[in-house]
Every structure is written in C-alpha cells, then in structure tokens.
Design a protein around this ligand. Sequence first.
Ligand code: NAD
Length: 332
Amino acid sequence: MVDAVRILITGGAGYIGSCLTHFLCNQGYSVTVFDDLSTGFKDAVHENAQFVHGTICEPESLSQTLNKYQINFVIHLAAKLNVAESFNQEATYHQINVQGTKNVIQCCLDNDIAKIIFSSSSTIYGDLRNGQFCFENEIVQPISPYGASKRLCEELFATAFVEYGLSSICFRYFNVAGAMENLVCGQRTAFPYHLVHVVSQAAFGKTREVSIYGKDYPTVDGTCVRDYIHIDDVIQANIQGIEYLLNNNSATILNCGSGIGTSVQQVISQVMVNSLSAFDVQIKERRPGDPAYLISSNEKIISTLKWSPQFSEISKICQSAIDWEAKLNTKV
Ligand SMILES: NC(=O)c1ccc[n+]([C@@H]2O[C@H](COP(=O)([O-])OP(=O)(O)OC[C@H]3O[C@@H](n4cnc5c(N)ncnc54)[C@H](O)[C@@H]3O)[C@@H](O)[C@H]2O)c1
C-alpha cells in the first residue's frame, strides 16, 4: 500500500510537517513537500522527499506540483498560527489560512485527488469549556482571528465532501510539543511562542525570560490550562488517518489531544525540574484569545482511528523538548 500512496505535504518544512515527512519517508512513502519557508526550514526536510518552494497563495504552482509528482493524497499543514499575532494581521490570516485552503481544495479537485488531511486547531473551541472536555459535535465559537480562520476552513472541507466527494479528516490539534523519539526532528522557530518550546529554550539560556499571561484564571493555580500532545502521537494519528481515509469516503473532524489538562505554571515547573535549571518568570496581563481551559475529549479519535496517545505525559514531552534543545545547542 505504501508504494501506491504519493503524498504532498503543504508546510512540510515546518515543525509538524518536517517530523511527519521524516516518519513517512522512513516508512517508504513517496513524499513531496510544498512550502514557502516563511517559518519552515529547508534543511529540516528529509533527504528522500522532493522539495518544492512555493506558496499555497499561488494555485498554479501548487497544481503543477500535484500533477508533476502524480500526487494522490494531500496533508495540508501550511498556515499562519500565532493567536496573538492574528489580532493584528487578520487579513493576512484570512488570506493564507482560508484563501490558501480554498486553493488547496481546488487544486486537489483539478488533479483528481480525493483524500486530504487538514490541520485544524483546538483554538476553534473558544472560551466555553470551564474545565470540561471539548467535544467535536459542539457548536464552536472561536475567540481569535486564527481560530476563526480554522473554523472557516473546516466548513470548506465539509462543503467539498458534499459537493465534490473530497474525503477529509480535519485534525483539531491541541498543543503539539516535544521532538521525535530519536531526536532527528523537532521544533525550530526563529521567534518561538509555543510554551514548551519557549521554556525549554529558557532552560538553556536562549530566552532571557518566560512570561505567564494571566495568573487570575479560574484554574488550579490561576494560569491557563492546555492539553499537550507529543509530536510522536501526532505522527501516529496521521498514519492511522491516512489508512482510514484510504478505506473510507467521509469528511470527519477529530480532536487530536492527550485528554490531560496541564497548567502553564505546571509546564514551567516540569521543565525546571527535568532540566535542573531556573529562569526568570514574569507575570503579565492576560492576552486576548486565551481561554482558561482547552482540554480534548479523545473519545472520537480513539473509536474512529483506534489511536490513543502513547507518549503524551507532560514529563515525557518536556524531557524530549529539553533533549532536542540540548542537541541543537551542541551543534552551535
Ligand atoms: N504546533 C501546534 O501546536 C499546532 C496546534 C494546532 C494546530 N496546528 C496547525 O498545524 C499546522 C502546522 O503547524 P506547525 O506547528 O508545524 O507550524 P510551522 O510554522 O512550524 O509550520 C508551518 C509551515 O507552513 C509553511 N507555510 C506558511 N505559509 C505558507 C504558504 N502560504 N505556502 C506554503 N507554505 C507555507 C511554513 O514555512 C512552515 O514550514 C498549522 O496549520 C497549524 O495551524 C499546530
């Protein structure tokens, strides 16, 4: 089966994309990465993958690539994803995330591609949970332009299935973190803003201070509670998602999270314990777009894909992020 599947990954030079590309190439899949390198790194792409420098905002180039490499399966990861930034760049977020996704869908249809996995986000849920689990069948009310852009994309995939038979899985990723087990691939960002990444860098003195945005939330210690999912679990969800889509015609939305809530303060403490280091932590005002809780129900993904998180205890996630930073540090 692996031989028959030719996958194109938009955003395949980024964090999730480069890790997934590594895994798929090592499994023998044919993978083409299509990425504008706005936040990704060409040298993070596996040597066996084809690399095409291009943007999803230019559908001609994407369509030519799909045709040239005879692609029959797409994993669409390319996006802008900084919640705070999205408030100042609403039009750009709409242009890249929503119009870009329309382009990806149209290019799939033009090239007779009937299966796609899309990366949605837990931010789509907004601020309704009060510590309860997020379920896929609830009405979502995103509270940031980034979350709103992902909701519009999910609607595009629902319509594309009904009108054109394009089968899809929209994975609502919670907070993806950590590095691959063998440390071949992990998170590299010019301006880090994901908590585990920022805090792991602080443990090595790369970030001068760590900020907690709001300590007055109605949570266990006043800081926001999130659901952290190890990158190796995300990769495995995609592998099982590919198999599922090859055997089913449907448009499905699946949470991809650990189902465990961990506060910002608990993550910081965990990294300090694991790395045996201490660093300055500043308490700042709450930021718009940050709900108190985002915790995944993973009942649906478990029953649909027979997937369950294997690596997502917070201590393991933090340890792998620390090990990855240590590896990068020895390269400098
Ligand atoms: N990392 C997380 O915790 C998380 C959580 C929820 C959802 N997601 C979603 O997963 C996807 C990947 O996230 P990531 O953490 O790997 O981010 P990332 O920034 O590391 O990767 C995004 C990649 O897309 C590329 N890209 C951006 N705009 C592009 C464009 N117009 N055309 C082509 N390529 C473009 C970037 O160069 C980069 O390589 C995103 O869609 C994001 O919304 C991520």
